[in-house]
Design a binder for this molecule. Structure first.
Ligand code: PEP
Length: 252
C-alpha cells in the first residue's frame, strides 16, 4: 500500500501577517505545481486567511493548530471547525504535546475535537508521544497506546482511514534531539499494528503516520525513508523557506 508523504509545517505562535505571507509564498514557489508529496501549512489562526490567500490555486494546503469542539455560540475566544473550513483549512492539528502540557488537554478532550473535525470536514492530525521519563522507564508503547485509544474513542472504521497520526516524542520537540530512524520506525510500526487491532489491517495500512521532533533537512531523508514513516510534522524548521523546502525535497 503506498501512502502519500504528508509534510506539515506547524508555525506554532510565530510569524506576523507580512512575514507569514512571504514564508507561504516562498514555500509555494519551492513546492512547484505538482509535488510528489502533500504539503500543509498551519499558521496561527489569526493569519489563516492571509496564508489562505498566499496558497490559493496552488497544491499547498492549509491547516489549523487547534479547534474548539462546539457549534457557533457563546465561547469567547474560540474558533470552531466550520469557521476553519470557511477560511480554507483542510487539516487540523489536535492534541499537540504543548496543548496537552500547557492547556491541560486530555485524550477525552482530543476525541471530542476529533469528532468535531470530521463533522466540519477537516482531516485531523492527532499528536501522541512520550516524555523522556516515560521512555526511560520503558513505557513508550503503553503511553502511546493509551493516547491513541483515548484520542480516537468512538471513531468508526469508515472514517479511521482518513485520520493522520503524528508520533512526536516530547523529548524531541524543539530540543534539537531527534529520535533515531530505528527508534522512530519501531514506534511507528507499533502504532500501525495497534491501529490494525482497533480497526482492520486494511484501514491501518491506509492511515498516514507522521514523525515529529526536530526534523531538519539533514535528518529528513533517513526518517522519511522508513517503511512506516509517512511524513513529518515540522515545528522550528517550518519557519524558514530553505529548511522546510529542504525537508520536502528529502522525501523519497
Ligand atoms: C512540533 O511542534 O510539532 C515539532 C515537531 O517541533 P520541532 O520540529 O521544532 O521539534
Amino acid at each position: 500500500m503506498s501512502r502519500r508523504i504528508l509534510i506539515a509545517g506547524n508555525w506554532k505562535m510565530n510569524m506576523r501577517a507580512d512575514s507569514g505571507a512571504s514564508l507561504a509564498k516562498g514555500i509555494v514557489d519551492a513546492v512547484g505545481k505538482s509535488p510528489a508529496v502533500e504539503v500543509v501549512l498551519c499558521p496561527p489562526s489569526v493569519y489563516l486567511s492571509s496564508v489562505a490567500d498566499a496558497v490559493a490555486g496552488t497544491p499547498v494546503e492549509l491547516g489549523s493548530q487547534n479547534l474548539y469542539a462546539a457549534e457557533d455560540g457563546a465561547f469567547t475566544g474560540e474558533v470552531n471547525a466550520s469557521m476553519l473550513t470557511d477560511v480554507g483549512c483542510r487539516f487540523v492539528i489536535l492534541g499537540h504535546s504543548e496543548r496537552r502540557q500547557l492547556m491541560g488537554e486530555t485524550d477525552a478532550c482530543v476525541a471530542k475535537k476529533l469528532h468535531a473535525a470530521f463533522a466540519g470536514n477537516l482531516v485531523p492530525i492527532v499528536c501522541v508521544g512520550e516524555t523522556l521519563e516515560q521512555r526511560e522507564s520503558g513505557d513508550t508503547e503503553s503511553v502511546v497506546e493509551t493516547q491513541i485509544r483515548g484520542s480516537l474513542e468512538g471513531l468508526d472504521e469508515a472514517r479511521a482511514a482518513n485520520i493522520v497520526i503524528a508520533y512526536e516524542p516530547v523529548w524531541a520537540i524543539g530540543t534539537g534531539k531527534t529520535a533515531s530512524k530505528e527508534q522512530a520506525e519501531a514506534v511507528h510500526a507499533f502504532i500501525r499494528e495497534l491501529l490494525g487491532k482497533m480497526f482492520s489491517t486494511e484501514v491501518a495500512e491506509q492511515i498516514r503516520i507522521q514523525y515529529g521532533g526536530s526534523v531538519k533537512p539533514g535528518n529528513a531523508e533517513e526518517l522519511l525513508s522508513q517503511p512506516n514513516i509517512d511524513g513529518a510534522l515540522v515545528g522550528g524548521a517550518s519557519l524558514k523557506v530553505d529548511d522546510f523546502a529542504g525537508i520536502i525535497k528529502a522525501a523519497p
